[in-house]
Design a protein around this ligand. Structure first.
Ligand SMILES: [Zn+2]
Length: 439
């Protein structure tokens, strides 16, 4: 993490400056072998904001990742060596990975110019969504979940083949530096509209899909123009900027895993729903609540599928069903490229965190199935996933979306309408091999 003072100066003076460079900032992958070693890392996490933890030191962490500025690397390595904690350098110079992150140009009025080996900025994504609405006027409606602090539209699409269907709601990009999430859900949008795979077509037909690729547009723009590793929104608080929008929801707000310090990467804001992005999204969700069957909150990284709640490891609500459905869907995700995912409760699998989106959705909207995805990878590149992994990530994630639907139906969820018999019938008739994995 950049020292707070330097970061503040940087942001204050950065209105007209060049994009910040992370030359010789190093990503460490730390491999603690017991709880004592975890405690050393937790102490560092709690007491020292110079280091940017990408995976937190939770009690059962397989690994912890942390970025250090060049001038603090000796101190960090010294602490790890003195404590006997194993670590490896995942990336010596993260600026190299940033330089390789190709950002594509989208050609207006040509939906096929959106490529899956490029990242895109906000204007490109929004232009593409507008073009999809023109290309598929009977299926795609542009929707808005309000405006951000800086006045940007929180734009999404509704894909619907007719009125009255149950809803699958996908929210992505709330942590702005997690670029793989907008790319992955844009790919899902493209598949729902253009795929000829019968299972994908059935999924598109059977549900109303609400998909918001970038729910933190101000932060996302900032990652493209000024500071690649920005996570929060861009609202100023004193001399600091930004609230962690995934700690600002009105569900056990500020109870665990969040901060009252505006300079913290986990700053929860001055109160629940203090931020326009979360408040407007909540207002948008409430009238839809009765129809939402499945809510997906897209994050990276770690290859995890997480189930509410973030403040307790107690198996609340329909936890066991959600776990079983999720585990099976992650099996389907691994078929294509062998990518392993772990499924579990937020608090046990990743961190104690409250005020998070999915907890509010589960607690207040009573949506039957609610998940967080933490997409690729497991500590090699973290938030700087190379562009040649965009398509594989998006493909395997789409596989899992379809299997979530399939498994949910097996467990008695998402069964409204007669779509199950139609989609299974089509698979049998066409002899689609994908069916094999369901048997
Ligand atoms: Zn995130």
């Amino acid at each position: 993490m950049i020292p707070k003072l330097i970061l503040s100066l940087l942001i204050i003076t950065c209105v007209s400056c060049e994009k910040f460079r992370f030359d010789n900032y190093t990503l460490y992958k730390i491999l603690p072998k017991d709880l004592n070693e975890i405690k050393v890392l937790q102490n560092l996490y709690d007491s020292d904001t110079r280091f940017d933890f990408w995976r937190d030191p939770v009690p059962n962490a397989e690994y912890v990742t942390v970025v250090s500025a060049p001038k603090y690397k000796g101190e960090l390595e010294g602490l790890l060596n003195r404590s006997g904690i194993a670590f490896e350098v995942a990336m010596q110079n993260i600026q190299n990975a940033i330089d390789k992150e190709r950002v594509g140009q989208y050609n207006r009025n040509n939906i096929w110019s959106m490529r899956w080996d490029r990242y895109y900025d906000l204007s490109a994504i929004n232009a593409w969504l507008d073009d999809l609405a023109r290309q598929f006027p009977s299926l795609v409606t542009i929707v808005s979940a309000g405006t951000s602090y800086e006045g940007r539209d929180i734009k999404g699409v509704k894909i619907s083949h007719g009125e009255g269907r149950r809803i699958i709601f996908i929210e992505s990009g709330i942590h702005s530096r997690e670029w793989i999430t907008p790319s992955t859900v844009c790919y899902a949008i493209s598949q729902l509209l253009t795929s000829t795979d019968p299972e994908t077509m059935a999924a598109a037909r059977d549900f109303d899909w609400y998909i918001f690729p970038v729910t933190n547009p101000d932060g996302y723009v900032w990652t493209h123009t000024e500071f690649r590793l920005w996570r929060k929104n861009r609202r100023p608080y004193g001399s600091e900027f930004g609230v962690d929008l995934n700690r600002n929801w009105n569900s056990n707000w500020l109870v665990r895993g969040s901060s009252t310090n505006p300079s913290s990467i986990n700053y929860a804001g001055p109160g629940p729903f203090s931020e326009p992005e979360t408040k407007h999204l909540a207002d948008y969700l409430r009238p839809l609540a009765d129809r939402i069957e499945l809510y997906l909150s897209m994050h990276s990284s770690g290859q995890l599928l997480l189930i509410p709640f973030g403040n307790t490891t107690e198996p609340l609500a329909n936890y066991h069903d959600a776990l079983n459905i999720g585990r099976r869907a992650m099996g389907a995700l691994s078929v294509r490229y062998g990518t392993p995912y772990t499924t579990g409760n937020v608090a046990e699998a990743i961190y104690y965190a409250t005020g998070i989106t999915v907890d509010w959705v589960k607690e207040h909207l009573h949506v039957p199935l609610v998940y967080i995805y933490e997409l690729r990878d497991r500590g090699t590149y973290g938030h700087l996933l190379p562009p040649d992994q965009i398509l594989p990530t998006a493909e395997e994630t789409m596989d899992s979306f379809l299997d979530l639907i399939h498994q949910a139906r097996r467990f008695g969820y998402m069964n409204s309408g007669n779509s199950l018999s139609v989609s299974l019938g089509m698979k049998i008739i066409l002899g689609i091999t994908v069916l094999q994995r369901f048997l």
